[in-house]
Design a protein. Structure first.
Length: 364
């Protein structure tokens, strides 16, 4: 009997357990993470090594450096997660890892390590979708949350509106046509001379500024898709024109610029979210991803919820950025559904190659 046949038999037995234990690895970008979750809700451990200090001097993630760091850290991060949980690999029922979307080289490290671990320990292996992981982070913060609901996934690499029809069933309603919301924060921060990552810095400075001091371009796109390239250009041209008159313009207006930029991004994100809620008649609304930690977005969706009678779900801050607990939960639902991966599963860079159903547009 080969590994896969053994894994299927093991998975069938483990699914009958009351609370199976999942070890998960996340390495899609610049965090090397491992976590152990029991029964799809109880987080026994979380270990994360962040690469922010490595990439800060470059003003963004350098894929080659990210992959090298994952190679150096993945073993110790997994060992730390097991130690925190006071478990050995023998106590784990299955192993999961992110297989996409993300940086292919970075994904390959975590995926390969997880497959090797699963094979050596004769455990079922599950390939988990990074976007499904972000969505699943809400289940960790809200154990009673159940589909259907609409989720905005916003981060440095993603800006999607997804109809969550079931724990393993997702319909992509809209996504960015160019840049992500988190990237807009980071790139605009960079041109102001703010440190990387720029999103949290802008969020902090925005609290001291006037959100209506400056107006920046908003895209006009039909449907639920986003675009942030025009906003970035508008922001850059504003700085260029104003600095031609006053070289100290940024320093004098930094808080107002941050507040106005943040307000514009949040308005763009919420406008489509409101539209999706109305179109599909769903009032359970969640957010996820790194940008879901932004105070402007959290306050904005809470206020929209009050006005529109939504139930809003905002994940705990520790679950907003990339982590392996969310991957453990995404893997858990695939595992319980019998979706055991073969060891030839390969990393996937783009969302379009994953198992999301794209909602038809009006033209279709």
């Amino acid at each position: 009997m080969n590994y896969y046949e053994n894994a299927l038999l093991g998975a069938d037995a483990y699914r009958k357990k009351d609370k199976p234990v999942m070890l998960a690895i996340e390495s899609s970008c610049d965090e090397t993470a491992a976590s152990i979750v029991r029964g799809g809700r109880e987080v026994l451990s979380m270990s994360v090594f962040t690469q922010i200090p490595i990439h800060r001097k470059y003003g963004g993630v350098v894929p080659e450096l990210a992959s090298r760091s994952h190679v150096e850290k993945v073993g110790s991060v997994v060992a730390d997660a097991l130690e925190q949980a006071n478990l050995s690999i023998a106590d784990v029922d299955a192993v999961a890892a992110t297989y996409g979307p993300g940086l292919v080289g970075a994904l390959l490290v975590g995926l390969s390590y997880a497959k090797g671990l699963a094979y050596a320990a004769n455990k079922p292996f599950i390939g988990a979708d990074h976007i499904a992981g972000h969505i699943a982070a809400n289940y960790l913060s809200y154990p009673d949350l159940q589909p259907p609901f609409v989720c905005l996934v916003a981060s440095g690499g993603h800006s999607h509106i997804i109809l969550v029809e079931g724990y393993n069933s997702f319909k992509l309603l809209g996504c960015t046509r160019d840049d992500a919301a988190g990237e807009a924060f980071d790139k605009c921060a960079k041109v102001m001379g703010l440190p990387y990552p720029g999103g949290p810095v802008i969020d902090k400075l925005a609290k001291e500024g006037d959100p209506h001091a400056f107006r920046f371009a908003k895209p006009r796109i039909e449907g639920f898709d986003y675009s942030f390239s025009g906003l970035k250009t508008s922001f850059l041209y504003t700085l260029r024109d104003e600095m031609a008159e006053d070289p100290n313009f940024i320093e004098k207006n930094k808080a107002d610029l941050c507040a106005s930029l943040q307000t514009t991004i949040v308005e763009i994100l919420l406008d489509k979210l409101v539209k999706a809620s109305k179109e599909y008649g769903i009032r359970d609304i969640a957010i996820a991803g790194g940008v879901s930690a932004n105070s402007g977005l959290r306050n904005g969706i809470t206020e929209e919820g009050r006005k529109r009678g939504w139930r809003t779900f905002l994940p705990e801050f520790k679950f907003t950025t990339d982590n392996a607990a969310m991957i453990a939960l995404a893997g858990y639902y695939r595992y319980m559904n019998g979706n055991i991966a073969t060891l030839d599963i390969a990393p996937v860079a783009r969302l379009e190659e994953l198992e999301l159903t794209v909602a038809p547009t009006a033209e279709q």
